[in-house]
Design a protein around this ligand. Structure first.
Ligand SMILES: [Zn+2]
Length: 126
């Protein structure tokens, strides 16, 4: 990231691409991949760092860099810059944002906390 002053504006320069992170490949075989990702997480809209984990065929959301006030504002910025958007699902039981894995239950996507609670209540030991 590079921060500069242009007139009365603070300008952030963020690379749109990064080299994939794959120690199984030689340096010359590493391809470019996205460096940033748009994230919709409930009512939070950000452009975040994209952590490339090509060595295990995965990518993860990293630290948020820019916050937007609406989904439309985020979509517009991502469209302008060619950045993909990930939207995290919400738990159909508690409404929390689900990052990572979840399960499927009768009402829809379910977070692990709600799933564990349900399993505890159904347990013959409780
Ligand atoms: Zn839940």
């Amino acid at each position: 990231m590079k921060i500069i002053k242009e007139g009365n504006e603070l300008v952030l320069r963020l690379p749109l691409l990064q080299k994939e992170n794959n120690f199984y490949k030689g340096e010359e075989d590493l391809i470019d991949t996205q460096n940033l990702i748009g994230v919709v997480s409930g009512n939070e809209y950000t452009i975040s760092q994209l952590n490339d984990l090509s060595y295990k065929g995965d990518q993860q959301e990293g630290m948020p860099i820019i916050y937007f006030s609406s989904k439309e504002e985020l979509k517009e910025a991502c469209k302008t810059c060619g950045i993909d958007i990930w939207e995290h699902p919400l738990c159909a039981y508690c409404g929390k944002v689900i990052r990572g894995s979840s399960t499927w239950a009768s009402k829809g996507t379910q977070c692990w906390d709600c799933s564990n609670l349900e399993n505890l209540e159904a347990s013959p030991l409780s």
